[in-house]
Design a protein around this ligand. Sequence first.
Ligand SMILES: [Zn+2]
Length: 177
Amino acid sequence: MDRKDVVRPSLAEREMAAPSQGAELRETAGKGGGVFATRPFHTGDLVVTGVITAELARNDAHASQIALHRYVRHGGLMPKVNHSCDPNCGIGLNASGAHDLLARVPIRAGQEITFDYAMRNYAVEHFPGRCQCRTALCRGRITGWRDLPPERRDAYRGLVAPYLPDTPTGAAPDTDS
Ligand SMILES: [Zn+2]
């Protein structure tokens, strides 16, 4: 995509395009900001609406991967949602091409909203430290779809970025620089 094609909506436009719908930003214990449910959600409910605010030339720590070689910035709450290796949400592609978060299990008001970054990114290279998700299924490090065991891929079926199941195993990820 040419630079002149990059759309940069104003902050006000982005906020209006990404209503919170029952989730809000709060401080977490030890992980900085996180997104929390302000009401209950049933399995399959739309929890966070995705809106793309910019096309990116390369991957970075806040990028969303929407194809093997295509990265975008999401606005609204999406960039604030923390990773979990046993998340309560997954990815759904909306009509604008952005990633929504859909509940994969029932969520109570007050619970932190999470998804597995491997549901979105083929390779994850921006989180070198220990994963902080504290779930029984924690992989120790935040890894991408490329490194996800087959049983976890199966558990996430239908709740990952659609390009991922179509990506051949062993495809070369983009490098960071
Ligand atoms: Zn973890």
